[in-house]
Structures are given as structure tokens and as C-alpha cells.
Write a protein that binds this ligand. Structure first.
Ligand SMILES: NC(=O)c1ccc[n+]([C@@H]2O[C@H](COP(=O)([O-])OP(=O)(O)OC[C@H]3O[C@@H](n4cnc5c(N)ncnc54)[C@H](OP(=O)(O)O)[C@@H]3O)[C@@H](O)[C@H]2O)c1
Length: 308
């Protein structure tokens, strides 16, 4: 059985897909997510759609105070109203935040009162053309890496008070890339959205490891959801979506590990790991994708600079 599991996991398709989730779920401990989150304050970026919405619903159902951080007020309101309808006693708060704009991130944190037990850096994009934000950063990098780094940095005092958790929704796409700071910054002749996206996911996971060392009183976790049926996959990867549609996970299945990381009782001493289906997994499938320690430090300096 263990051998069959290993073969199916190595196939990627039968691991990242819905059958992979169902197979891995057989070893889940149901009691892990049967906990009360009453009195816990959770912030989720990109909470109006896909995995962010599923995470918000699951944590609100456990009694958490859930702050929905959404870039579009109308879509945010629609998500909040849908959640309120489904969970009338849920404690929900909507905040308008475009995480790709560092000035907005700063303003949001300055105005945010109260503790932060859990921050879920979930918002992400995979654009097929190169765009720069008004602050001059390539959009994929700004949304997936710089903004979440700035948000985490600014929320550190609140996270420290709560001895909180920070969860990064990364992607299995990182396995295809070795960290490249020029690609991350959009310093390329021909922009390839899939490569740019995978680079940001590689960066997210490295930063998760670095954070864990620098802030030992906070639990940092990165996870990947496998392949889940969300608007992002439909619009950003239409061909992949057509081919895999019947095999994709539901948003709840894709969000399961993020929810588990927010509530699971036994995470002490497990900061900085990369998780998939509630189990730690390797961050590399091939040796050539391993970055040098110098490049890891260069990445930290690159993201720290605009945030200071
Ligand atoms: N679905 C998968 O199979 C899969 C696989 C690997 C990783 N992921 C990761 O999962 C995360 C969630 O994606 P999803 O699949 O759930 O896609 P989704 O349904 O499109 O959700 C993405 C969310 O991010 C928000 N967002 C985008 N740019 C933002 C910004 N600048 N500021 C604030 N929010 C922003 C979107 O807001 P709008 O609705 O306003 O656009 C949306 O709420 C992403 O980090 C993605 O990389 C997903």
C-alpha cells in the first residue's frame, strides 16, 4: 500500500488531483479540525473567491472572527453576504485591500485594530502579460510576494502578541523553477506568465523558511492546494482547465490544508515547512532547482527594501 501511494504521489497527476486528496484524506485526523476558533482573529487575503472563500467559510464555521481582505469592494461584499447567509452567526469583517499596492498595505495595517491570530496570504494572480503596478513592480511579483511580505512585516507586532500563525498559499508550480531574481522582477526580454507565477511561488516558499528562522515565536507555514477548480484556473489556464476539469479538487479540498494549518493543535516546532494534504513535503523534486544560500539572502533583501 505504501509503495502504491509512493508511485501515485510520484505521478503528480494522481496526487494533485481529486483522487490524490481522497487518498491522502484517509490518514487525516478528523478531530484536528473539530476545534473552536471562538475569540481568534483571522485575516485572509483574496477571501472573496476560490480557496480564500473556502478558507473563510471553514474558519468562520469554527467560530473565528474572520477579516475578508478583498481588492474589489463589490466582490468582497457579495462574498461576505453569501457567508452571512450560510452562517448567520459568523463574525465577518470586510476590508478593501489591493495587496499588490504597498502603500495600501501600509494604510490597511495602520487602521487595523485588534490582535491577529492567523494571517492567510492567499491572494494570487497569474497574468499572461507583463504589467507594472503604479509603484513600478511587476504585478505577479507585487501580488504574490511583495504585498504579502509587506503585510506580514507590518502585522508582526500583532502576530507576536498572539503567538500567531502565518499561512502562505503557494503552488506545486514551484517545482518547475529555480529561484531567479531577474525573472521575479520582470527583467526579462519575453514575459512568460506561467514561469513568472512559478517563480513567485518558489520565492514564497523560501521566504516562509526564512521567516521561520527570523521570527521563532510565530508559526510560518506554506502549503500547496494541488489542483482545485477555481476562477483562477479557469481564466488563467484555460487549456489546462479543459483537460483536467473532471479531475480537479473542489475549492474546499484545495483549501483543506490551509484551514488545518490555521487550527491544528500540533504545530509546535514545525515552523517553516511546506505542506500538502496535511503532511510536510519536499520543496524540491530535482536538484537543479535548489538555490544558493546567497540567493536566499538576496531575495530577502529584495523584498525587504521597498517595505522599509
Ligand atoms: N486553484 C488551484 O488549483 C491553485 C493551485 C495552486 C495554487 N493556487 C493558489 O491559490 C491562491 C488562491 O487562488 P484561487 O485558485 O482560489 O483563485 P481565485 O478564485 O481567482 O482567487 C484569487 C483571489 O485573489 C484575489 N486577488 C488577486 N489579486 C489581488 C490583489 N492585488 N489584492 C487582493 N486580492 C487579490 C482575487 O480577487 P478578485 O476576485 O478581485 O480577482 C481572488 O479573491 C493563489 O495564491 C493561487 O496561486 C491555486
Amino acid at each position: 500500500m505504501a509503495l502504491l501511494d509512493a508511485i501515485l504521489d510520484a505521478s503528480v497527476v494522481f496526487s494533485f488531483d481529486r483522487s490524490g486528496f481522497e487518498r491522502h484524506a484517509q490518514r487525516f485526523v478528523a478531530a484536528d479540525t473539530r476545534v473552536s476558533m471562538q475569540g481568534k482573529s483571522v485575516l485572509i487575503t483574496g477571501a472573496n473567491s476560490g480557496l480564500g472563500f473556502a478558507t473563510a467559510r471553514a474558519l468562520a464555521a469554527l467560530g473565528a472572527t474572520v477579516h475578508l481582505l478583498c481588492r474589489d469592494e463589490g466582490r468582497g461584499r457579495a462574498a461576505r453576504d453569501a457567508l452571512s447567509k450560510e452562517l448567520p452567526s459568523a463574525d465577518l469583517h470586510l476590508h478593501q485591500l489591493d495587496v499588490s499596492v504597498l502603500a495600501e498595505v501600509r494604510r490597511f495595517v495602520e487602521g487595523f485594530k485588534g490582535p491577529v491570530d492567523v494571517l492567510v496570504n492567499n491572494a494570487g494572480v497569474l497574468p499572461d502579460t507583463m504589467t507594472r503596478t503604479a509603484e513600478g513592480h511587476e504585478l505577479t511579483f507585487a501580488t504574490n510576494v511583495l504585498g504579502p511580505f509587506a503585510l506580514t512585516t507590518a502585522l508582526l507586532p500583532k502576530l507576536l502578541v498572539a503567538k500567531g500563525r502565518v499561512i502562505t498559499v503557494a503552488s506545486g508550480g514551484l517545482y518547475t523553477q529555480k529561484l531567479s531574481l531577474p525573472i521575479l522582477q520582470g527583467a526579462v526580454e519575453r514575459f512568460d506568465g506561467v514561469v513568472a507565477y512559478a517563480q513567485t511561488k518558489r520565492a514564497e516558499v523560501i521566504l516562509n523558511e526564512l521567516w521561520a528562522v527570523k521570527q521563532p515565536d510565530i508559526t510560518f507555514s506554506a502549503m500547496h492546494p494541488g489542483w482545485a477548480d477555481t476562477p483562477a484556473v479557469q481564466s488563467s489556464l484555460p487549456r489546462f482547465y479543459r483537460l483536467t476539469r473532471s479531475r480537479l479538487r473542489t475549492p474546499d479540498q484545495g483549501a483543506d490544508t490551509a484551514v488545518w494549518l490555521a487550527v491544528a493543535p500540533r504545530l509546535a516546532g514545525k515552523s517553516g515547512l511546506f505542506w500538502f494534504d496535511r503532511a510536510p513535503v519536499s520543496t524540491h523534486l530535482a536538484r537543479w532547482t535548489k538555490e544558493s544560500s546567497e540567493d536566499r539572502e538576496r531575495l530577502w533583501r529584495l523584498v525587504e527594501q521597498p517595505v522599509r
